[in-house]
Design a protein around this ligand. Structure first.
Ligand code: HEM
Length: 249
């Protein structure tokens, strides 16, 4: 009998555990139903005299930021963000009336990634209230076309970021120095460019497509580098040298 009860208890616990893990993958379960606020309603949560509370929105999601009263309350450095969705200003730092807008269509994909980092910050630090009806969500709290476009830009930005991180790991930046007497020097070490690795590599000039600048990168294998048209040796520097003098033209 005792064995049977134990087995039942165990299977119930396992079922609960599975249920919990499925739920936590879907994100936290809201304690109160999400509300859809109008812009006007949101503006009543400015934290000042006669206000209903202290909220702000980012990408159409509303957060209760009362915990951060010193930042967002009257007299706080970021009070101008209270009671509204000023998504654009999180990236531009333009806190003028024109800059405090939720129109983020001017942002590049990488800037959209940075904006989502702010959104993640608010999810981590503050309580979600719901959505603000307008640019990003409709009255039933469903995403609008504008939000779907921002999400597409986010995906593009994440792709670009992953690509540039992979390039940074493959071709880390060189160390460099310049002095009036000796001129410039670039060299590779196993920690250059902030990438800690098991190889030091040899310096090469990297010409990035779409960018006019040339930068010095460390290349692990000088032989395979010969086949890459974006890489070039430094003038007067032996192909296997780990340090090169930079001759100005
Ligand atoms: C794009 C420009 C910027 C934006 C959008 C921005 C936004 C913010 C926000 C929203 C907070 C409050 C975070 C919270 O809820 O805890 C904050 C805090 C803070 N920011 Fe900025 N900020 C910007 C630039 C700067 C600059 C340039 C400085 C310094 C020169 C600065 C210094 C601070 C400091 C010291 C805090 C408070 C940290 C604390 O007491 O916890 N911010 N910022």
């Amino acid at each position: 009998m005792f064995g049977y009860a134990l087995a039942v208890l165990l299977s119930v616990s396992v079922a609960l555990l599975i249920e919990w893990s499925v739920r936590s993958e879907e994100g936290p379960v809201p304690e109160t139903p999400a509300r859809a606020l109008s812009r006007h309603e949101l503006s009543l949560y400015h934290g000042g005299a006669g206000s209903r509370g202290l909220y702000l929105a980012i990408l159409g999601q509303v957060f209760d930021v009362h915990k951060g009263y010193k930042h967002y309350g009257p007299g706080g450095a970021y009070h101008f963000m209270a009671g509204k969705d000023a998504s654009l200003a999180f990236i531009t730092g333009d806190f003028t009336e024109n800059g405090l807008t939720d129109d983020v269509s001017s942002l590049s994909p990488l800037q959209v990634v940075a904006l989502y980092d702010w959104l993640a910050f608010y999810h981590k630090e503050y309580k979600t209230v719901g959505t603000v009806t307008g640019r990003f969500y409709d009255e039933s709290g469903e995403p609008t076309k504008a939000l779907l476009q921002v999400r597409a830009a986010l995906e593009e930005g994440q792709r670009i970021k992953a690509q540039s991180e992979a390039e940074r790991a493959r071709y880390p930046a060189c160390n460099s120095e310049w002095s009036p007497s000796r001129g410039g020097r670039v060299w590779c070490s196993s920690k250059s460019g902030g990438v800690i690795r098991e190889w030091a590599g040899v310096p090469r000039k990297l010409f990035s497509p779409g960018s006019s600048g040339v930068r010095c990168v460390c290349v692990e294998d000088p032989f395979s580098a010969e086949e890459d048209p974006t890489l070039q040796e430094y003038d007067g520097c032996p192909p296997h040298a780990d340090s090169c003098t930079v001759i100005e033209h």
